[in-house]
Design a protein around this ligand. Structure first.
Ligand SMILES: Cc1ncc(COP(=O)(O)O)c(C=O)c1O
Length: 389
């Protein structure tokens, strides 16, 4: 008789699903000649001086553990980076932790603050990762649908949701610029949120990983506006085209960060040493590495959004990140997975179905972290597809 040990596993795992973004990407990757505008990672290479720092670290045999919160010099550089860009004020020794990507920061932060039965407010559509982590900790996501409000949380909805859930709510998640919609918040909007959030003893998890990719007014950090409640998440993945190096940061009140560090330590010990040294170079000498990439993204954004609107796929101009969130033309119905499958099979263009994000049905997410040549070819294919369907 064979044993079925899988049924003995953590019950919360029954309630979470694998990433449908990665699954869809994998499925369409089999199609010959496919153009993929699916994944959320820069198509640029890591800057040369950063790569050299990583290579030098290996050559110098820096192959040992670092302190669990990360190299002290890297924490200093990260605190300075955040201060110089966004006016935050974090003590590197006690308020900054180096994590394995922003993902590691999100995991350690949520795991450190949540008890079973807690609730976490999550405006949607949003990058889905927070949801399974909330559930694995036995907590419940409370979704606030922003699709009727230009994909932005409003102070009214925030106030109402907090009032309704005041007994159990432990945290709220912000992600701006937002994956998948590209919307972001200006200072006055954030100040209206802060006035409400201050009335509650809750954590504000602010995932600002796309902060360097803000195209209009400069990015404003909740780490500056509400430091006593905010757990600010950032990293080098998007700003410095370093997704594979896996370095992120979390900053917040010292007493909270020291507990988050315990989860981080028990999970990974410390982030990879040579990646930390590469990130140190990025933070110290590559403050503006992202600028050239940003100019390129901006051109692509303007081209792509104009094309999508011309082709009848209504798209608001994204204010940040590198995604366009386009409405599927009404004649296709609103099943975004069906639309994307048909598009991939018949026109060899792969987009992410909006339904991969909660409250995103009826839309597609198009990543413009792809060359102009690819975007142009994809738009020509889309044009032909829409003409015959
Ligand atoms: C909003 C958001 N947060 C976090 C991440 C993960 O970042 P990292 O690669 O640094 O773990 C992503 C990646 O797409 C993202 O879109």
């Amino acid at each position: 008789m064979t044993k079925d040990l899988a049924k003995l596993m953590k019950k919360e795992l029954l309630d979470v699903e694998p990433s449908s973004i990665l699954q869809f990407d994998k499925d369409v990757s089999q199609i010959p000649n496919i153009i993929k505008l699916t994944l959320g990672e820069p198509d640029f290479n890591t800057p040369d001086h950063v790569k050299q720092a990583g290579q030098a670290s290996i050559a110098a045999n820096h192959s040992h553990y670092t302190q669990s919160p990360g190299l002290p010099s890297l924490r200093v550089a990260a605190a300075q980076f955040l201060a110089s860009k966004y006016g935050t004020d974090y003590d590197p020794a006690t308020q900054v932790l180096t994590t394995v990507g922003a993902t590691g920061a999100i995991y350690s932060a949520l795991t450190a603050i949540l008890n079973p039965g807690d609730e976490v407010i999550i405006p949607i559509p949003i990058f889905p990762l927070y949801i399974p982590i909330v559930k694995l900790n036995g907590a419940t996501p409370i979704f606030v649908d922003t699709s009727q409000d230009g994909f932005k949380l409003t102070p009214e909805k925030l106030a109402n949701t907090l009032a309704t859930h005041r007994d159990k709510v432990k945290a709220i998640v912000f992600n701006y610029p937002t994956n998948p919609t590209g919307v972001t918040y200006r200072q006055s909007e954030l100040e209206a949120f802060v006035a409400i959030l201050k009335q509650y003893d809750i954590f504000v998890i602010s995932d600002e990983i796309y902060s360097e990719l803000t195209y209009g007014e400069p990015h404003v950090s909740l780490g500056k506006l509400l430091p006593e409640q905010t757990l600010l998440i950032n990293g080098v993945s998007k700003s410095h085209a370093m997704t594979g190096w896996r370095i992120g940061f979390i900053a917040g009140p010292a007493a909270v960060i020291s507990k988050i560090n315990m989860v981080h330590q028990f999970t990974v010990t410390a982030a990879t040493t040579m990646s930390q040294e590469a990130a140190l170079e990025a933070m110290q000498h590559g403050l503006d590495d992202g600028q050239a990439m940003k100019q390129e993204y901006l051109q692509r954004r303007d081209y792509l959004v104009a094309e999508l609107n011309r082709l009848g796929m209504a798209t608001a101009v994204p204010a940040g990140a590198f995604y366009a969130f386009a409405k599927i033309p009404a004649r296709f119905g609103s099943d975004s997975f069906a639309f994307c499958r048909k598009l991939a099979q018949e026109a060899q263009v792969a987009l992410i179905p909006g339904a991969a994000f909660p409250a995103g049905e009826g839309y597609v997410r198009i990543s413009y972290a792809a060359s102009m040549a690819k975007l142009t070819e994809a738009c020509q294919r889309l044009d032909k597809f829409l003409a015959v369907n």
